[in-house]
Design a protein around this ligand. Structure first.
Ligand SMILES: *Cc1c(COP(=O)(O)O)cnc(C)c1O
Length: 366
């Protein structure tokens, strides 16, 4: 038996009749761009994260860009962000004309380091982007405290953390604007590119809603020069079918994480994630191993698909290294981190296979 890293086909199969019907309805009504279905999804998604507004857009990258523009962040401004994240995070800052300031991560959580952010502050700092890496939310509240004191905006890049809650409280409570990706492989995935911003501020929401649609307030009125970063109806229709299932999918991911924690927590040379099962939505279950590459090879030979989450930190990327200062912790994680399979339709048998394979490695390795 092969254990896949993830298997979207099972999720799709379980919802196939509803998905087919939702897509057929878009085709039958010839409604394709930002119509009723997008509005409907925006309302449902906002309610699910307890935000006043959700604004659909073309991707998670778009969401980050639109958030920065709504906060009037641009040339001359600095935005602090972590060295362990997908390239879209610094890219959006550069798209907005501002300067990314890439800092180190915390050794336990792999999340943005609070002392590193404090050290990177300058008179030009305008915002911090907290990345809910791997689905975690555990330290976000510290950053809302710091940003509040300093008068900086806090943007959450929650592309990996749909529905994450800290003691029952969603990301939106702490961040000024939260940005989501619905890339197919994310915890809530569309059938193509899609994203959203959520916030509680009417003016920011209105700015994002117009900017994504050529800066228009009506069909023939361009209030300002915007962009085309709209969500399309097919994606919204798919997302509306999936959204009601997200809480159960998240609960299943948390259950798998709890099993991994218990079974692998005491193993020599293995460090399980510091997040408690409830403090992450487990987009990825990332452990650390002293002999990571050997463990990865062992799992692969045993037909268990594991992945290195970030083989390079941003400080090691040709496109972004000039914006990074000392990020040695992030760089060390590229050598120790390994993501085990975790997805909502994973069977009990598959979870036990993964556990057994890691245990065998630890027992038999010299
Ligand atoms: C996926 C992801 C993005 C980008 O989302 P797209 O929808 O692919 O543009 C941004 N940030 C993080 C942390 C991500 O994981």
């Amino acid at each position: 038996m092969t254990v896949p890293f993830m298997d979207l086909s099972r999720q799709i199969a379980s919802l196939r009749p509803q998905l087919d019907a939702a897509i057929a309805e878009c085709i039958d009504t010839c409604s394709f761009i930002q119509g009723e279905r997008v509005r409907h999804f925006e309302m449902e998604f906002a309610a699910s994260v307890e935000a006043k507004h959700a604004i659909g857009c073309g991707s998670g990258t778009d969401a980050l860009y639109l958030a920065l523009k709504a906060l009037r962040i641009g040339p001359g401004d600095e935005v602090i962000l972590p060295a362990l994240t997908f390239g879209a995070t610094p890219e959006a800052v550069l798209m907005a004309g501002a300067t990314p300031v890439i800092v180190d991560v915390d050794a336990n959580t792999h999340l943005l380091s609070l002392p590193a952010v404090a050290r990177a502050a300058t008179a030009r700092t305008r915002a911090v982007i907290f990345v809910n890496l791997y689905g975690q939310i555990s330290t976000l509240h510290h950053f809302s405290g710091l940003c509040g004191e300093r008068g900086w905006f806090l943007i959450a890049d929650a592309a990996q953390a749909h529905g994450a809650r800290l003691g029952g409280v969603p990301t939106e409570t702490f961040a000024d604007i939260t940005c989501y990706s619905f890339f197919p492989g994310k915890n809530l995935g569309a059938f193509g590119d899609a994203g959203a911003c959520t916030c509680n501020d009417d003016a920011w929401a209105a700015d994002i809603a117009r900017r994504r649609d050529h800066g228009r307030s009506s069909k023939h009125t361009h209030d300002f020069s915007g962009v085309n970063m709209r969500m399309d109806e097919l994606q919204a229709a798919v997302l509306s079918v999936k959204l009601p299932h997200l809480p159960a999918w998240t609960a299943r991911r948390q259950e798998i994480a709890a099993q991994y924690h218990t079974a692998l927590g005491g193993l020599q040379g293995i460090t399980v994630p510091s997040a408690k099962p409830a403090d992450s939505v487990w987009h990825l279950y990332v452990l650390e191993a002293a002999r990571r590459d050997e463990l990865a090879a062992h799992l692969s030979a045993d037909s268990v698909s594991a992945r290195v989450p970030y083989p390079r930190s941003l400080s090691q990327q040709p496109a972004f290294r000039n914006f990074a200062s000392s990020t040695s912790v992030a760089e060390s994680k590229t050598h120790s981190a390994l993501a085990l399979p975790v997805f909502e339709s994973m069977t009990e048998e598959e979870v036990l296979r993964v556990i057994h394979s890691v245990q065998t490695f630890v027992k038999t390795a010299p």
